[in-house]
Design a protein around this ligand. Sequence first.
Ligand code: ZN
Length: 154
Amino acid sequence: MVYRFIADAMLGKLAKWLRIMGCDVEYFSSISDRELVERAHSSGRIILTRDTLLIRRRKAKNNHFFIHSDRYKEQVKQVVKHFSIDPYAKILTRCILCNEPLINIDKEEIKDKAPIYVYETQNTFETCPSCGRLYWQATHRDKMVRQLEAMLAG
Ligand SMILES: [Zn+2]
């Protein structure tokens, strides 16, 4: 089951970490409750929220998931557990800033964009079709995996 989410404005860090795991999470740092609820309703997304007023709205009643903790690590754990998300299966397949799925890019094409050391030591590069940010796997991925392991432990 692949879930699609929209996170409320208070849950920026949760949204970021879910995107790192490859989850589809819309996030806007300034959006009204009404807009957020409308957007979730029309696009079939689950609202991740800590807002007890928001979840009383008619169009949010049956499609929200209430986040208990105000600490992002606990929030990540709650979502991963509840939705049975495999945190590593699709790690770094989506842009952390835009939520767009990354696409492979030919090494030659990024010669001028990547730091020389990275260019010389890495072979696989991905880019975000929306913002153009460059992603490379090895070092970045290992770091994220370690952080996730620490976060989800215990
Ligand atoms: Zn992007």
